[in-house]
Design a protein around this ligand. Structure first.
Ligand SMILES: *[C@@H]1O[C@H](CO)[C@@H](O)[C@H](O)[C@H]1NC(C)=O
Ligand SMILES: *[C@@H]1O[C@H](CO)[C@@H](O)[C@H](O)[C@H]1NC(C)=O
Ligand SMILES: *[C@@H]1O[C@H](CO)[C@@H](O)[C@H](O)[C@H]1NC(C)=O
Length: 318
């Protein structure tokens, strides 16, 4: 297996070198673009996709206070951004100090994940009241500012409750400081543009990170169109400092619909996955040597091909 994989990789590497030389889409680190790391315990090999040489990704977060060993070092050396996910007893300040002592370059941390979303709803919210969040913030996050670390506010959902929650939290958290506001968005492009407009109006001098976004549960075409428009928008805007597309998992385990995923069901890059890594769609799936041609981008033509082939075979048999 290993020998076979190795020879396959060499062939692919040569192919990639050829394709990159012929293709102007080049590997440039993108200071804004990062990874929401969602590990797949059945497929740890998928991790390699995110740290391959030439990747534009520059940073990651994993909803956790400690770095992921699988993403440490490598060709890309992604910068780790720790998060205190919710309101619980924790060792966040110490974990961050430990990571710095171990040589991790920690410049930013992230506050609570979707605190306006109930924690018992199964939708990933941490369900914290603005008052409890403020008390926890003062104890577990604010001390990091003294180390020169930039603090990201709690990341509210894209619902109207999000902005209300954040405003109550800012009011409750006297003496607290915030350097940027992380936002989430699930919906279409007009939606994300107006969402950002609303937050920019509410907090004119703030910068924003989009730490989760996708047009979820859509057909391939609108999913990809949203992706294209949003990436161009975020790359261009001065008040969007960083972003992480959601997400970095296989289509068959995606909770935002299969078409939003960056990996197909075999672990190969989808078209969106390829574009996120600054590759063109001819480099989808085959780039990792793990899958067929991207399931999503070419599904219609593949289906057509199969139908045509089956029809031809049937007519031949008859
Ligand atoms: C919080 O964590 C500390 C240190 O691990 C422990 O001593 C303490 O009992 C914990 N408190 C609660 C309420 O869980
Ligand atoms: C934003 O910054 C400008 C220029 O530094 C300042 O005049 C203004 O008061 C600030 N606005 C808010 C809401 O902080
Ligand atoms: C998205 O962008 C890629 C190139 O980056 C292009 O090939 C594709 O047609 C675009 N798709 C849509 C729906 O805009």
């Amino acid at each position: 297996m290993h020998i076979l994989d190795g020879s396959l990789l060499l062939t692919l590497a040569q192919l990639i070198a050829f394709v990159s030389a012929a293709n102007p889409i080049g590997p440039n680190p993108n200071a804004k673009r990062g990874l929401v790391y969602i590990p797949n315990k059945d497929h740890p090999e998928d991790d390699q996709t995110w740290i391959q040489p030439g990747s534009p990704l520059t940073w990651y977060y994993n909803y956790d206070t400690k770095p992921s060993v699988a993403l440490t070092g490598g060709a890309t050396n992604l910068q780790f951004v720790p998060m205190l996910w919710g309101d619980y007893n924790n060792t966040f300040v110490q974990d961050v100090k430990d990571a710095i002592a171990q040589g991790y370059k920690i410049e930013y941390v992230l506050g609570f994940n979707e605190p306006d979303n109930p924690s018992n709803g199964g939708s990933g919210g941490s369900g914290v009241s603005p008052q409890d969040a403020a008390a926890r913030w003062k104890e577990s996050i604010q001390p990091l500012a003294k180390l020169g670390i930039k603090l990201g506010a709690p990341s509210p959902t894209g619902a109207p409750t999000g902005l209300d929650w954040l405003q109550s939290f800012f009011d409750a958290c006297d003496g607290c400081t915030f350097d940027f506001i992380p936002l989430h968005w699930y919906g279409n492009f007009d939606g994300v543009a107006s969402h950002l407009g609303q937050y920019t109006a509410a907090f004119p001098n703030m910068t924003f990170w989009f730490t989760e976004f996708a047009f979820d549960h859509q057909d391939v075409e609108p999913t990809q169109e949203f992706f294209n428009l949003t990436m161009e928008y975020f790359d261009r805007l001065d008040n969007v400092d960083r972003y992480t597309y959601f997400g970095s998992f296989r289509s068959d385990v995606s909770n935002v619909g299969p078409n939003a995923a960056m990996l197909n069901e075999k672990g190969g890059l989808t078209y969106i996955g390829a574009w996120y890594l600054d590759k063109d769609e001819t480099q989808a799936a085959s780039i990792t040597g793990k899958g067929d041609a991207a399931t999503f981008g070419v599904s219609t033509s593949k289906l057509l091909f199969m139908t045509t082939t089956v029809a031809a075979v049937i007519s031949w048999i008859l």
